[in-house]
Design a protein around this ligand. Structure first.
Ligand SMILES: NC(=O)C1=CN([C@@H]2O[C@H](COP(=O)(O)OP(=O)(O)OC[C@H]3O[C@@H](n4cnc5c(N)ncnc54)[C@H](OP(=O)(O)O)[C@@H]3O)[C@@H](O)[C@H]2O)[C@@H](O)CC1
Ligand SMILES: Nc1ncnc2c1ncn2[C@@H]1O[C@H](COP(=O)(O)OP(=O)(O)O)[C@@H](O)[C@H]1O
Ligand SMILES: [K+]
Length: 533
């Protein structure tokens, strides 16, 4: 599964047209057909294709007598062209369709123009200027009798904030009114106002019940505000081939091979992870991480605890092991055991302890996860941390930690948008990985994982994979532990981060509502069982 940028989608389309396999007009027809098919699949009550038209009106039931009604909003580009196709195809099914165009018909791109004319030959198009005032009055009059609004205003060509004639649909009261009346809103390719590359809203965006996109999902469907504006996303094939290079991987399934254990081998063949703990009263986070590391199959997991916390941790653990690690010297001594092949520092480590231990850990050049305090402790001089990182590291910041380590990149990602396409979380994570020279896993419902070589994966917990119960204290600690455990097992940093992020969401979904961080490691066996590991 891959996620595309608007530019990649255009390149795929252009390659197909250039090869002579298909024309732009044919693609537009397939796109419009895909939208209509998706509408009928999603809402069978809107599908009257099976209804017999042969009976005389006197025998028709009230529903059949009264045609379904749609309003199609078309913009000035090819998204609008798709809209005209949808209008025509719905009308062919007996729908009453009203079409609005914002923009100058003379300036429509050629394929959109053809479909505008096909529609306009027999029907009215209500035209308004792109920059005219929102059609509020006109439009608010219409929804009373309508079943469907089709948003073909802007798709992947959105270049500036959405305003003007059709922007009233982005307005919450109008949207609520439509919802109250049971009117479905379908966006073609992307809700107008949503940047297809970043999932960021330019100005304002239409909130759809369903978005129908073509060939492959775009980044904007899964990043940022994408999920809240798109509703459900349906992807329709329009007969295009995927190009090989540069795609962003959208993780939905883990590779089982990476997780199964060979039938021979002893505990040391599966690695030994060391999780550094904070002081007394602050050991829970490291224990969560350690339990995560053990559950994903590290052969041994040791908690490295300061003297003050030894009793506390000892009284809480069984299969986990404990080692006193008192400051940098203590860590140096502990790391003389070269079987400790994966380290995890950060969860509730405390800034002071982090500043002492992180340089020593990094100097040891083991596979290392840096999370939480191991990142924030260096907020005043992120460059000092970055200079010590190596290619066996995985950084796991959430939004706040990311901004502390990469303030300029975060600022670029968060700046007020004037133009699209916008700098996205994917762009930000890739830039961070390049600067850090190691894997960066940028957390959230749209977790983005990037390696310095450009590989990038989005592990989204949205739509069918929504996992809102992961927003609970300590769940990030478990993720850090999962990564450390997989690193101990010998997975490469990028593989470990991708697999752990996937597993983390699966565990949350396996448990369901009521999840707290402690539950996550306990779901690993069931998730593994389902994978036949
Ligand atoms: N690629 C494919 O394979 C396929 C693509 N297909 C379809 O084509 C769509 C992409 O079409 P597209 O490139 O013409 O872009 P689209 O979204 O219609 O907008 C461009 C127009 O809007 C204007 N404009 C932008 N923002 C604005 C704003 N805020 N306010 C006002 N105006 C604004 C912009 O003006 P400009 O920036 O040029 O001045 C330009 O005039 C894609 O989403 C899909 O539906 C399918 O048919 C099948 C295969
Ligand atoms: N709404 C959400 N949907 C899915 N995953 C989420 C959501 N909110 C947070 N997460 C995930 O939960 C984890 C939270 O980690 P973090 O912010 O470090 O919290 P903590 O420090 O309390 O462990 C991350 O893996 C993040 O991706
Ligand atoms: K649209």
């Amino acid at each position: 599964m891959e996620l595309l940028t608007a530019a990649q989608m255009r390149a795929i389309e252009q390659a197909a047209i250039k090869s002579g396999d298909v024309t732009g007009l044919e693609l537009m027809e397939r796109a419009g057909q895909g939208v209509v098919d998706a509408i009928f699949e999603e809402w069978p009550v809107l599908d009257r294709r099976g209804a017999s038209p042969s009976r005389s009106p006197g025998y028709l039931g009230p529903d059949e007598e009264d045609p379904l009604r749609a309003v199609v909003l078309c913009g000035p580009g090819n998204n609008g062209g798709d809209g005209f196709v949808v209008a025509r195809l719905l009308q062919k099914q007996g729908w009453a369709v009203e079409v609005f165009l914002c923009g100058d018909p003379e300036k429509l791109p050629p394929d959109a123009r053809v479909n505008y004319e096909r529609w306009g030959a027999k029907n009215e198009v209500r035209v308004s200027a792109v920059d005219s005032a929102p059609l509020a009055d006109d439009f608010l009059r219409v929804p009373k009798g309508i079943d469907l609004v089709v948003d073909g205003v802007f798709g992947t060509g959105l270049t500036r904030p959405f305003a003007g004639a059709f922007s009233m649909l982005a307005n919450a009261p109008v949207r609520d009114l439509l919802r109250d009346r049971g009117v479905k809103v379908v966006s073609i390719d992307a809700p107008s106002g949503l940047c297809a590359d970043s999932g960021r809203i330019l100005g304002q965006a239409i909130v759809a019940d369903m978005t129908v996109t073509f060939h492959s999902k775009k980044l904007g469907h899964v990043l940022g505000d994408g999920p809240v504006t798109c509703g459900a996303v349906r992807t329709k094939s329009i007969g295009l081939e995927t190009l090989e290079d540069g795609q962003i991987v959208h993780t939905t399934e883990a590779d089982e091979v990476k997780l199964s254990k060979g039938s021979v081998g002893h505990k040391y063949s599966h690695g030994h992870a060391l999780i550094l703990s904070g002081g007394a009263g602050k050991t829970g986070a490291a224990r969560l991480a350690a339990r995560g590391a053990l559950r994903v199959g590290a052969g041994l997991v040791t908690l490295g605890v300061p003297p003050s916390a030894q009793m506390e941790v000892a009284s809480q653990i069984t299969a986990l092991m404990l080692q006193r690690v008192d400051g940098a010297d203590g860590l140096s001594e502990t790391l003389e055991d070269t079987r400790l092949n994966a380290l995890c520092l950060g969860p509730a480590l405390g800034f002071e302890r982090a500043r002492a231990l992180v340089p020593m850990a990094l100097a040891a050049r083991r596979a290392t996860v840096l999370d939480a305090d191991a990142l924030s402790a260096f907020a005043e001089d992120p460059g000092a941390l970055i200079a010590q990182l190596h290619d066996e590291c995985v950084l796991t910041p959430h939004g706040g930690e990311f901004a502390r380590l990469f303030p300029d990149i975060a600022a670029q990602m968060n700046e007020q948008l004037a133009n699209g396409p916008a700098f996205s979380k994917v762009d930000a994570t890739r830039a961070a990985a390049k600067r850090a020279g190691c894997v960066v896993l940028f957390k959230g419902p749209d977790t983005v994982i990037a390696a310095p070589n450009g590989r990038c994966v989005v592990n989204s917990a949205v739509y069918e994979r929504a996992a809102p119960w992961l927003a609970t204290a300590g769940s990030g600690d478990v993720l850090a532990g999962f990564i450390a455990g997989l690193l101990a097992r010998g997975l490469a940093p990028m593989q470990a981060a991708e697999t752990a992020a996937w597993l983390h969401v699966e565990c949350a979904r396996q448990f369901g509502p009521g999840l707290i961080a402690e539950d996550l490691p306990e779901q690993v066996p069931e998730v593994f069982r389902k994978l036949n590991i």
